[in-house]
Design a protein around this ligand. Structure first.
Ligand SMILES: Cc1cc2nc3c(=O)[nH]c(=O)nc-3n(C[C@H](O)[C@H](O)[C@H](O)COP(=O)(O)O)c2cc1C
Length: 120
């Protein structure tokens, strides 16, 4: 039996019918039993990034940071908006970039659109 793996999956789309979210849900459903995928589903609740605000005062973000630190890897699937990742995804990354969350963390980036060239 392979060692178990825990992955955090984050979709950069807030659309109810998002293809990127659907892709991550598909990964979750077809993953072999030793791979556990947790989908971060609170992106719409993440406040606008402000360096004056201590991440410890935003429980949602402090919890996500800790989950990523504890995880074996991260899956990010974001739509491309105006030649970049979605604003809500960039906002989340701004919060996390000043934490140890992604230090030495394997990250896989996915994009469901065949014409996207800039978002990962
Ligand atoms: C405001 C806006 C800007 C977009 N900009 C781009 C873009 O620059 N390049 C691209 O390939 N697609 C662009 N798209 C298309 C989306 O990236 C595409 O529809 C994506 O698959 C949507 O992902 P979702 O189904 O997960 O919401 C844009 C869509 C919107 C609404």
């Amino acid at each position: 039996m392979p060692a178990s793996l825990h992955l955090i999956a984050i979709s950069g789309s807030l659309r109810a019918a998002s293809c990127n979210t659907a892709l991550l849900r598909a990964v979750q459903s077809v993953a072999p039993s030793h791979i556990h995928v947790t989908l971060f589903a609170q992106l719409a609740q993440v406040p606008p990034f402000n360096p004056d605000i201590d991440i410890e005062t935003v429980p949602l973000l402090a919890q996500l940071r800790d989950q990523i630190i504890a995880a074996d890897g991260v899956l990010i699937a974001s739509p491309e908006y105006a030649h970049g990742v979605s604003g809500v995804m960039k906002n989340l990354l701004d919060w996390l970039v000043n934490t140890p969350a992604f230090a030495n963390k394997p990250v896989a980036t996915l994009n469901t659109s065949p014409r996207a060239q800039h978002a990962f």
